[in-house]
Design a protein around this ligand. Structure first.
Ligand code: PMV
Length: 315
């Protein structure tokens, strides 16, 4: 038993949003995503005299770990950590608090896993590297999302804007200039696993055409990386619009999303696209600071359920 005295340990993880390359990233092309610092999960672990209790007010959970289903992602996260470090997890209460909307394409599931892993790492002083935490979180993502690219867990683990490509070292995105983004949540829940499966089915039927779309999206993402590096705000907006064109081609947009996008454009956004799996989920707009309110209003007037802004500030 490693811990007999009373102690507390914390782990925090933020949400994330994809800026470029969703879907094509599953097929090996690069993508860019940023953490959302204002939305986060905090896990607090305290010692108990017996049992392992999991508490989360947001999902109405206050249960012994042993009563959770074997498939429960929280249970699986704790189990994988225990196996990886050969630690028997006992006598603790794990309190999870989240401000990230669930199943909204904002990384809430990965953030819960990662905040638990970071808290366990602190509690048991296992000195796990971020790469190690990322690997465990990716295992959980694979169990629950089928064939995830790994962009969610990577962005959330490293808490930095990243340029991500499957099976390549993580690259922290270098960027100049300031970028205000407005995120409009459509309020329409779509299963990422189902949308990704749909894309794969269409890809299998039409490989040459889909490969061409994915290549184009990969090129757009690489151009966006360069534009961030040089601080070319205008070009980034244009590339977002171009990326949306190909997301429509692979049929992950919808009339509702298209209407939201048009409303953002009319209100003066410099670039607007869907973000994440699509069908429902989120729309993201790049805006000049003086357009923030107009674009937010346009999104709300056109049916967005929630709207929030986030800012990326470079040198
Ligand atoms: O909607 P989200 O945030 O789960 O994003 C899905 C992004 C995809 O590229 C469609 C899938 C993936 O695993 O990268």
């Amino acid at each position: 038993m490693l811990h007999s005295q009373q102690k507390h340990s914390f782990g925090q993880a933020s949400g994330k949003i994809i800026l470029f390359g969703e879907h094509s990233v599953v097929f090996g092309k690069p993508a860019i995503a940023i953490p959302l610092q204002d939305l986060f999960v905090i896990t607090d672990i305290e010692s108990l005299n017996n049992d392992v209790i999991i508490c989360s007010n947001e999902i109405g959970l206050n249960s012994s770990l042993s009563t959770l289903s074997a498939k429960d992602p929280i249970r699986q996260t704790i189990q994988l950590f225990s196996e990886k470090f050969s630690i028997s997890i006992s006598n603790i209460k794990i309190n999870i608090k989240s401000s990230i909307p669930v199943a909204s394409g904002l990384g809430s599931g990965a953030a819960v896993s990662i905040s638990i892993l970071k808290a366990l790492n602190n509690y048991y002083t296992t000195n796990a590297s971020l790469d190690c935490i990322n690997q465990i979180a990716f295992e959980i993502e694979k169990i629950h999302h089928g064939t995830p690219s790994g962009i969610d867990n990577t962005t959330i683990t490293f808490e930095k804007p990243i340029f991500f490509q499957k099976n390549k070292p993580v690259e922290i995105l270098d960027f100049k200039n300031t970028y205000h983004f407005i995120v409009a949540n459509s309020g329409i829940k779509a299963s990422t696993k189902e949308v990704v499966t749909g894309v794969r089915e269409r890809y299998i039927k039409n490989q040459a055409v889909y490969n061409c779309f994915f290549n184009k999206m990969g090129i757009i993402c690489k151009k966006a990386k360069k534009a961030f590096e040089s601080g070319d705000f205008k070009l980034i907006g244009e590339l977002m619009t171009e990326n949306q064109y190909y997301l429509e081609k692979i049929e992950v947009s919808s009339l509702f999303i298209s209407n939201l996008i048009s409303s953002g454009q009319t209100a003066g956004a410099s670039g607007v696209k869907l973000s994440g799996a699509g069908i429902g989920g989120n729309v993201i707009a790049l805006v000049d600071e003086d357009k923030i309110d107009a674009v937010k209003t346009a999104f709300l007037e056109n049916g967005a359920a929630h709207v929030f802004s986030t800012c990326l500030k470079g040198e």
